[in-house]
Design a protein around this ligand. Structure first.
Ligand code: ADP
Length: 342
């Protein structure tokens, strides 16, 4: 191999934006660019002398052998360090070109989506199966034990309500995820909080939970009315649901001293959440107590929707809780249009 050949190979590899490695067909001579070095986690300064030093991943080494044997291009995905890489191996005249792209983020999104479909199907299947079973039972019972009909009709109604509750939450999530650039409008968050809380008063009375609201007369922020309503509604609804008779829910809103941030706190004196569960409660479909959540019409989606909506607006949400004593959610939102808003 001539020096000219080697330098041409280096130039070619360096001109490629993706990770690229070019190997001679005997596997001895090669060139690698910086992107490939990073993606393949070859430490800086480590001098790789032969192709084997570079292609330490067995599937990758095998793909190179296959391409040398058959001259047919091969595409494969490999895990390297924390990354998921897509590797394309093909012949380039008498050399082997390995192109590497980082698919970690796409892979993560694919997995989330796959999990979501599996979980959503499971959540839908449970009430649907119950409805089918109840409908069959009804067709028998209405002839043989007509006195049981009201009980079964009641159960049928509960299952249908459960199914119906899932649909708006699924639509909220989809809307939040698939929206393009945000169109923010000036929203009076104080007024919005008062309205949402007012809609929960009947429920609070039924549950015998006191509602305390401490909100200034007006707090303008850039936002989206529908999303902010969902955030406040889900937090207040949970604070009431995971409470007990005689408990309270406090909803406080204030502008922080820097004037750049508003803080909404929804604090309850309810059942609380064990610290080991806290990291998971914002996950989709995660419930600390599935039986209680189902019994109260929960979908396990409320907090994931809250977090999504708040983060879309450039804000954050935090939780603090004491098992048995109560829980407090703190949402912070910028008062000026955030650069991070999509
Ligand atoms: P769900 O529809 O089940 O309420 P969420 O996503 O809103 O789903 O909440 C996830 C889980 O977090 C709930 O199932 C519940 O176990 C717990 N949780 C949420 N808010 C509270 C709260 N204020 N107090 C105690 N537990 C809560």
């Amino acid at each position: 191999m001539t020096a000219r050949h080697r330098s041409r190979r280096r130039e070619l590899v360096e001109s490629i934006a993706q990770g690229a490695v070019l190997l001679s067909d005997d596997g001895q001579g090669f060139a690698i660019n910086e992107a490939a070095r990073e993606l393949l986690a070859i430490p800086e300064g480590a001098r790789a002398r032969t192709a084997e030093d570079v292609l330490t991943h067995p599937a990758l080494a095998e793909a190179v052998d296959d391409v040398l044997d058959t001259a047919q291009p091969v595409t494969l995905e490999i895990d390297r360090a924390e990354a998921r890489l897509r590797v394309n191996v093909s012949m380039l005249r008498d050399e082997v070109l390995v192109l590497i792209t980082d698919r970690t983020e796409e892979h993560r999104v694919d997995e989330l989506r796959r999990d979501f479909v599996v979980n959503a199907s499971h959540e839908l299947k449970t009430p649907v199966t119950s409805i089918q079973a109840l409908a069959e039972a009804l067709s028998v019972v209405c002839h043989e034990q007509p006195e049981r009909v009201p009980e079964l009709v009641g159960q049928l109604g509960d299952e249908a309500a459960r199914l119906a509750a899932l649909v708006p939450d699924l639509l909220d999530l989809r809307r939040l995820e698939e929206r393009g650039p945000l169109e923010l409008a000036s929203v009076d968050l104080a007024e919005l909080v008062r309205r949402v809380v007012a809609n929960q008063i009947d429920r609070a009375e039924d549950l015998e939970v006191g509602l305390v609201v401490d909100v200034p007369s007006e707090v303008e922020i850039p936002g989206i009315v529908g999303d902010l309503q969902v955030v406040v509604r889900n937090l207040v609804r949970n604070a009431l649901t995971y409470n007990r008779a005689g408990g309270t829910v406090e909803v406080r809103l204030r502008t922080l001293d820097d004037d750049d941030t508003v803080e909404l706190v929804v604090a309850d004196t309810g059942v609380g959440i064990a610290s080991s569960e806290l990291p998971r409660i914002f996950e989709r479909f995660y419930r600390v107590d599935p039986a209680r959540s189902r019994a109260t019409g929960g979908t396990g989606l409320g907090l994931s929707i809250v977090r999504h909506a708040v983060e879309n607006l450039g804000g954050s949400v935090e939780v603090a809780s004491q098992l048995g004593d109560g829980t407090s959610f703190t949402v912070r939102l910028p008062t000026v249009r955030p650069a991070t808003a999509r």
